[in-house]
Design a protein around this ligand. Structure first.
Ligand code: ZN
Length: 490
């Protein structure tokens, strides 16, 4: 066997084991008996230990040195395995274990502190995690920028300087649009009523089908926080139900269908190789966002959904499809990122991006974080945070060590804006299909131009190949201004 074949065979098993580990996580969040928490923690830790050993196996270094690629795909496989090997080898085993232990502990501490609105219970633990993450960043950065080293895990090739420039260009137009919208004379009505769980779930399945979700390789279950999990022949989604707010269930379902369909849309030849997964968190979020927002919250699709929901629930509190479209896209002041509308969402990300850069750089101490968060929120959103659960304690990310992750949400929105502009140009009569509840033309275009490539191209290059244009914030901002000016009659 050639070194490349050895490398590929070894990697294949690692990929299979890592897929099993992910399935354990899915099981834990959906159907695992509540009493099995400790057993599952030990099972997952054992899997992680095996995986860590494989990812740092010295034979990888030898094969990587000797492997000769035959084509671009081989070369990219070698590049991706080498990248993971380098990163895994730079982190001392003691640090990896300490991080795993602290973050799994911190998750519980965070949840309790949030429930009790007691940041003082969580901040000391967060400080421990921050110190470990800085140590990890230093090991990975090898003299380079600490934040960039962490960001690279989620969005390979991106830098904080690049993202800061992007955000600086976005902020003034987003702030101006939000002010116009919130100050407009016309304000859409909220949807009111009671929406039974079973009916919501049935509609959610209908929506997933409308977006081409492959039920022969997927399934849908209920979880506290919706997520998608798995790839190749098995990628599952979860959703949640709030009986006063059906949009929560329907749009988180469409969002997760976007993530899941990306994985299912990858060239099957790439299965069990590093090419067989979404290439970055930003690329992933571009799929979930374009499914959910540009397509799912568009006028054409919501016209179809209005009819479906009226039939299913025996009438709605809104008079017609236009009012329904406005309600689906309603912009309201609020503290919570995950509930934010398209206009304000990226502003929530910018706040977190700046604060976490300061934490990692040592410019901000954890003990001053609550004050910094509240001051920044007041400045950016014009409202004072009323309680820590609505402020610094709302997201789990930092508790589980995800520093450098937040900006990928906004990058995903920017990529989705670029893809949407290209998609509209390529499929001019898309709305006719969406109005019939058929997203197929959009889904096929995305699969062909983006999803099937998996990890073959770096994220930015992938988007630029798909759209034929440089990545820019322009298409997203143009789309938002046009859409919300029309809805709010500005
Ligand atoms: Zn997502």
């Amino acid at each position: 066997m050639s070194a490349f074949d050895e490398l590929l065979a070894f990697q294949r098993q690692t990929e299979a084991l890592s897929s099993v580990a992910e399935r354990l996580g899915w099981d834990q969040e959906t159907v695992m008996p509540r009493g099995a928490t400790e057993q599952r923690a030990e099972e997952m830790a054992a899997m992680e230990a095996v995986l860590h050993e494989r990812r740092t196996d010295p034979r990888l270094g030898e094969w990587l040195d000797q492997a000769v690629p035959e084509d671009d795909e081989d070369a990219r496989i070698i590049e991706l395995i080498a990248r993971d090997f380098r990163r895994a080898s730079r982190i001392p085993a003691r640090l990896a274990m300490e991080l795993a232990r602290q973050t799994s502990l911190a998750q519980g501490v965070w949840a309790e502190a949030r429930a009790k609105d007691a940041p003082e219970d969580f901040l000391p633990v967060l400080n421990d995690i921050l110190m470990l993450k800085r140590e990890e960043a230093a090991a990975l950065a090898d003299g380079g920028d600490l934040y960039d080293a962490l960001l690279d895990d989620y969005e390979p090739g991106a830098t904080q300087a690049q993202i800061a420039r992007l955000f600086d260009a976005m902020r003034p137009r987003l702030v101006a649009l939000r002010e116009d919208v919130l100050g407009a004379d016309y304000q859409p009505e909220p949807l009111t009523g009671h929406f039974p769980q079973e009916t919501q779930l049935r509609l959610a399945r209908t929506c997933a089908t409308a977006f081409g979700y492959d039920w022969t390789r997927g399934r849908m279950d209920i979880a506290v926080h919706p997520f998608s999990s798995g790839r190749w022949q098995d990628s599952r989604i979860t959703t949640r139900v709030v009986e006063t707010d059906p949009f929560n269930c329907l749009y988180s379902t469409i969002h997760e269908v976007g993530h899941s369909s990306y994985e299912l849309g990858i060239d099957p030849d790439y299965a069990f190789t590093p090419l067989g997964r979404g290439v970055s968190m930003g690329a992933h979020e571009s799929q979930s966002r374009i499914y959910e927002n540009q397509l799912g919250r568009g006028r054409a699709f919501t016209g179809w959904l209005y009819q479906r929901m009226s039939d299913a629930f025996g009438g709605l509190s809104l008079p017609d499809a236009d009012a329904f479209y406005a309600t689906v896209n309603r912009v309201t002041p609020g503290f919570i990122r995950t509930e934010a509308d398209e206009v304000q969402y990226n502003l929530h990300i910018m706040l977190r991006f700046d604060l976490e850069r300061d934490l990692i750089a040592g410019r901000l101490d954890v003990e001053d974080l609550v004050e910094a968060w509240n001051a920044r929120f007041l400045r950016d959103f014009g409202v004072a945070v009323d309680r820590p659960a609505n402020g610094v304690l709302q997201d789990v990310h930092w508790a589980v060590g995800l520093f450098g992750y937040f900006p990928t949400y906004a990058l995903g929105n920017v990529y989705a804006g670029c893809l949407h502009a290209a998609l509209r140009a390529a499929v001019p009569d898309l709305d006719e299909a969406l109005a019939r509840g058929e997203a197929d033309p959009a889904v096929e275009w995305l699969r062909e131009n983006m999803q099937r490539h998996g990890g073959l191209y770096p994220p930015r290059e992938l988007i630029e190949r798909a759209t034929g244009a440089e990545v820019s914030e322009q298409p997203l901002l143009d789309y938002l201004e046009e859409k919300f000016s029309a809805i709010y009659r500005l």
